[in-house]
Design a protein around this ligand. Structure first.
Ligand code: GTP
Ligand code: MG
Length: 246
């Protein structure tokens, strides 16, 4: 299943959902307390399309919490894997089938998109990413995380639900990097695939809710607690590495 958390994405979301539907059934959208009218419009689309399901959360709970809502519901319905993608048109819907095939070939692994940026990508974001990737690789003793932040991924649902049940963070912008590190710690291997990413100008329908100060503080706090977790696990991580099982 394809799972799309969505918070005030603007009109790009309709195109994103149609492109995803052209590639996969079912596609689920979790509307995260949006106030831009997209909940109603998406529900109207779902009324015409059995392959599209729209869940509407009454209040904004954050990306991670919106994904978790989808995972819990999907798990109850018997789904084992979910491809997560953003609702704002930045992620490559045309690669959904390839990512699903990679996941089917290695169901125990997580399939991570590694962003291929075009010239339109803001330099500050591209460089900020390197910092987060450096930390994530250290925290997992270089287990092979190609990118820590990119949300276009296929996850095995159960281990991710367990990781999230284990702590109260990972509910907002800290979801993607913390998920990948903690999944590695559980022994879920990363498989990396290149994925094109687009940045739209505002006049092209580009919307970002990334808040430079707030979200970088959140990420700094996240890597602090992951680093502590890393130190506590270091003996086990090293032993696994020496024995060739990590
Ligand atoms: N920021 C944010 N995104 C949410 C939230 N709930 C769901 N989302 C969805 O999570 C995805 C990522 O959000 P974005 O704000 O685009 O974050 P991003 O793509 O990492 O940042 P940009 O590169 O600046 O676009 C989108 O599909 C959002 O609609 C929320 O509370 N805050
Ligand atoms: Mg975005």
């Amino acid at each position: 299943m394809v799972l799309i958390p969505s918070y005030n994405p603007g009109p790009k979301v309709y195109e994103t959902v149609l492109l995803a539907r052209a590639q996969w059934t079912p596609v689920w959208v979790v509307v995260d307390g949006s106030t831009d009218g997209s909940a109603e419009a998406l529900q109207a689309m779902a009324a015409q399309d059995d392959g599209l399901k729209v869940w509407v959360l009454p209040r904004n709970v954050g990306k991670g919490a919106a994904v978790l809502y989808g995972l819990d519901t999907a798990s109850k319905q018997g789904f084992t894997h979910a491809l997560t993608m953003d609702s704002d048109g930045q992620h490559p819907a045309h690669l959904i089938a390839d990512f699903m095939a990679a996941s089917a070939a290695q169901p125990g692994a997580m399939v991570l998109g590694v962003p291929v940026f075009a010239a339109d990508a803001p330099r500050l974001r591209v460089n900020g990413r390197k910092v987060s990737n450096g930390w994530a690789n250290l925290e997992t003793l270089w287990a092979g995380i190609g990118d820590s932040l990119f949300g276009f991924r296929v996850y095995p649902i159960e281990p991710l639900r367990q990781v999230m049940a284990g702590q109260r963070w990972m509910r907002r912008f800290d979801f993607d990097p913390e998920a990948v590190v903690r999944m590695c710690w559980r022994g879920v291997r990363p498989v990396n695939l290149p994925a094109t990413v687009r940045y739209f100008r505002a006049d092209e329908g580009g919307v970002s809710h990334f808040n430079y100060l707030r979200d970088n503080l959140l990420l700094t706090w996240m890597h602090s607690r992951l680093f502590l977790g890393f130190l506590l696990r270091l003996p086990v991580l090293l032993a696994k590495r020496v024995l060739g099982r990590g």
